[in-house]
Structures are given as structure tokens and as C-alpha cells.
Write a protein of this length. Structure first.
Length: 94
């Protein structure tokens, strides 16, 4: 015999805190399989999502920074962006 799972409706929350409390209300958290029909889920693309960046401090000799800025200007790109491209290329052996 096949058991049919009855889907539960997700309550309407007034605040994000209420929603968080609902999903965290049991030791294992609420089981979303009782509310969501994952068979109807659709894959989404987020083309404008940018990776998280971290600000760092990097000390470079002035002549090296000046050379990087000249190279960036010749390519019409910001020098920090050019540094990131070069680091990525070096990391991946291009």
C-alpha cells in the first residue's frame, strides 16, 4: 500500500523573527518536506549575484603599484580589478 503524505500549509509570518522561530521550533527544525512539494521546484539562476569579497591590506613598492596602474590604464580597467585578474590567472596557471 502506498501512503499519501498530506502537505501542511506554511503559516503567514508578520516578521522574519517569527518565521525563524517557526522553522527552529523543534530540535531538528521543522521538516520542510511536509510543507513543500519539491517535485514542483524549479532551478533558478541568479546572474547578478556577486561573490563575497574581503577587504585586505597589501603593501607594494611604489614603483610596482605605479606600473600596475599604468598597465590597468592601458587596458581601461581599474587597477584593483586588474590585480584580481592577474592573481586568478596565476592561481590557475594561465
Amino acid at each position: 500500500m502506498s501512503q499519501q503524505i498530506v502537505k501542511q500549509t506554511i503559516p503567514v509570518f508578520e516578521t522574519e523573527a517569527q518565521e525563524r522561530a517557526y522553522w527552529e521550533s523543534s530540535p531538528q527544525g521543522q521538516d520542510s518536506t511536509l510543507q513543500l512539494d519539491w517535485a514542483k521546484a524549479k532551478r533558478v539562476r541568479l546572474p547578478n549575484l556577486r561573490p563575497t569579497t574581503k577587504t585586505i591590506s597589501l603593501r607594494l613598492p611604489q614603483h610596482l603599484l605605479d606600473s600596475i596602474k599604468v598597465a590597468a590604464n592601458a587596458r581601461d580597467v581599474p587597477y584593483q580589478s586588474l590585480i584580481k585578474v592577474w592573481l586568478q590567472e596565476k592561481l590557475h596557471g594561465h
